[in-house]
Ligand binder design. Structure first.
Ligand code: R5P
Length: 285
């Protein structure tokens, strides 16, 4: 198999190359004087199984991904698999107000038009998978997060909302500890109230896990509730650390440690997903 990274997928591609004993392709990515992007894969592609790896979070990532997929398709691979460590634009997966675009649908369909099979890591809502005309599967990162916190003496794995409760439950099962979730109640468009179940947390060590940390508002509020309830140690984790609005700097004081996966590179992306993704690719290719 030949692994072809886009710029945002370089680290995962290098890790997957080691895990799968596969070559990571050399490529040329540059901008024309007018700002348009140029992509060329400097490898023999015809007759090979190819996995293209990269995110779609920033607009520029999407352009690079579309050009990379077309470059590969034009060169006639045997099978073209795409791995999206972070699939951006997936939070709008349906029309909430008349006149809106379904961003997750338009990008799924555009990207799938060049692919034979696609994988995504912890997509925000699995409804998006159904928009793809080719097989599109979610890879939920559980073992890698559990492994990172295995020696921390965690008492509870907590999800900040019910949407993430299955993830928290699965991680708690691997760690052999208890779990619960907070109930996020939207009071109005700007205010959210968090309801906490009646659990004794005095002297306990809590691992908070979410799918995404964006502004950090949800996870920081949850961490402060855990402290108010007497938890001695609060650890924060998530699959995707976007850290907008300077939240990377603010989140430091909210927890004993912040550790997210490396789907998006940041100072906190200390948990590698390569093993779990490689496992899936071995089964799928
Ligand atoms: C919400 O449904 C998600 O699971 C996350 O809780 C949310 O995206 C986090 O966003 P923020 O960091 O901006 O509070």
């Amino acid at each position: 198999m030949l692994i072809i990274p886009t710029s945002s997928g370089q680290k995962l591609s290098d890790d997957l190359g080691r895990e799968l004993n596969a070559k990571v392709a050399d490529k040329t990515v540059k901008r024309f004087p007018d700002g348009e992007l140029y992509v060329r894969i400097n490898e023999e592609i015809s007759g090979h199984d190819v996995a293209v790896v990269g995110n779609t979070s920033m607009d520029a990532d999407i352009i690079e991904m579309l050009l990379t997929l077309n470059a590969v398709r034009e060169a006639s691979p045997d099978e073209l698999t795409v791995v999206f460590p972070y699939f951006g634009y997936s939070r709008q997966h349906r029309v909430y107000n008349p006149g809106e675009a379904i961003s997750s649908k338009v990008f799924t369909q555009s990207l799938a038009s060049s692919a034979d099979r696609m994988y995504v890591v912890d997509i925000h809502d699995e409804e998006t998978l159904g928009y793809s005309p080719v097989p599109f599967e979610n890879i939920s990162i559980i073992k890698s997060i559990a492994k990172h916190f295995n020696s921390y003496g965690i008492d509870y794995v907590v999800s900040p909302d019910d949407g993430g409760s299955v993830r928290a439950e699965e991680i708690s099962r691997v760690l052999g500890v208890k779990t619960f979730y907070l109930n996020k109640v939207r009071v109005d468009s700007r205010t959210v109230r968090m309801e906490v179940p009646d659990v004794e947390l005095k002297g306990k060590k809590v691992l908070l896990v979410d799918d995404i940390i964006s502004t950090g508002g949800t996870i920081m509020k949850s961490a402060s509730i855990m402290r108010e309830k007497g938890a001695t140690n609060v650890y924060i984790s998530a699959v995707h650390g976007i850290f907008t609005n300077n939240s990377a700097a603010r989140i430091k004081d909210a927890a004993d440690e912040v550790a997210v996966t490396d789907t998006i590179q940041s100072e906190y992306s200390t948990i590698s997903i390569a093993e779990e993704v490689a496992e899936r690719l071995r089964g799928g290719l």
